[in-house]
Ligand binder design. Sequence first.
Ligand code: NDP
Length: 425
Amino acid sequence: MKGLKKFYRKTLQERWDVLQDRKILTNEQIKCLKRTTDATELGNSMIENFIANYSIPEGVSFHYLIDGRDYIVPMVTEEPSVIAASSHGAGLIKKAGGFKTKIKQRLMLGQIILEDFQDFQELREKIDHEQASLLRIANEAHYSLIKRGGGARWIRCRKLADDLMSIDLAVDVQEAMGANMLNTMLEAVADYVRKEFSQTVLMSILSNYATECLAVAECSMPLSNLKKENFTGEEIGHKIVQASRVAQLDPYRAATHNKGIMNGIDAVVLATGNDWRAIESGAHAFAARDGLYRGLSQWTIVGGQLKGRIELPLPVGSVGGSIGILPLVKVNQKILNVKSAEELERIIACVGLGQNLAALYALVSEGIQKGHMRLQTKSLAIAAGAKADEIQQVLSMMSKTKGKNLAAAKAAIKEIRRNKQHERN
Ligand code: NDP
């Protein structure tokens, strides 16, 4: 489209002008973009073709008692009820002593993919034999990691097809998520493999299937703690176990079960400046690790206690990427008061489990809609055009109507304004 060529070379003002001149946006809409940008235009130096800072609401979740320590958890999400549910789930777990966590190890994996090799077995032996040299080459490519106590740890080979294989490099990336440092190391090793072993390298890149960076969170509570209105604690506990079984058996349910878990996880990953696409892809790959896509968490009853467990890859960082750049991330790290990326992993795993408990608890008792719609109605009122001073009235009118939809919200606003007009007359 004319005027959009070389958009990346234009100043911010020129980009807005083009969008307005080409009638892609109105003057009002351009004003809306302008209001989001700050004096430093940080976003302009972070991404390409920047036009605005898109903002998502942030809140805090409470009751996270993890390994004996209390945490306040910042969460960034556009979805109503996620934070309320998170605090509710964490509260149920705190009442019974809180979460316990385990971190198995913290290594990131990268791949060098070779094609058209001759003999897999022979090449694997050669690589095994030269493992020490290859690790040294990797470490020399990002030497600062060694000084921090990290570095390349091991290499393995996997045959993917008759003509394709993967050389996997495992690296201790210390406090970073490690994508860029690992990619630098992989390219150095790939270069050596290409020249010294005369192999054809298809590509080198880290893997987001971070199986060597797993976090586990567990909790346990007496069934009596789950009692609610018309249900006994035993009934709710039994139903939660059944719901957990369904998520192990049926990918249709597992996807939604895991979406609920990621509601919490993504919100903290975003708040801490981490790469949520990386966490999402790793989590879903892990959910399908035995060939069937399953729920990431499981619930059982043992000796009158409901026990929950979640395990997933959480390659998050406390430095690197946008973490050191976005001002709010620093504030959120302060709210969390975490000392390391490993501690952050532990918290995020707990948020996933707490979120899951709250969702299952609601689903198997009163259903998710009762609580959800209370908050969803507020979004409907705003989407229908309610002003700040009209929202409460819209909510109260909609609480009396059956159809809680956009049309009902619009009708409520119309009535409120009509009544106001009458009063004025
Ligand atoms: P960086 O490239 O920012 O590297 C980490 C930085 O943190 C380095 O500069 C390192 O310094 C510094 N650092 C300071 N203290 C420490 C410490 N204690 N431990 C480790 N590093 C420290 O970030 P990452 O390599 O973590 O890469 C993350 C970014 O990569 C994200 O933005 C992600 O979106 C992106 N990405 C993701 C991909 C994927 O997931 N597939 C692919 C490509 C990019 P020094 O240089 O001195 O070592």
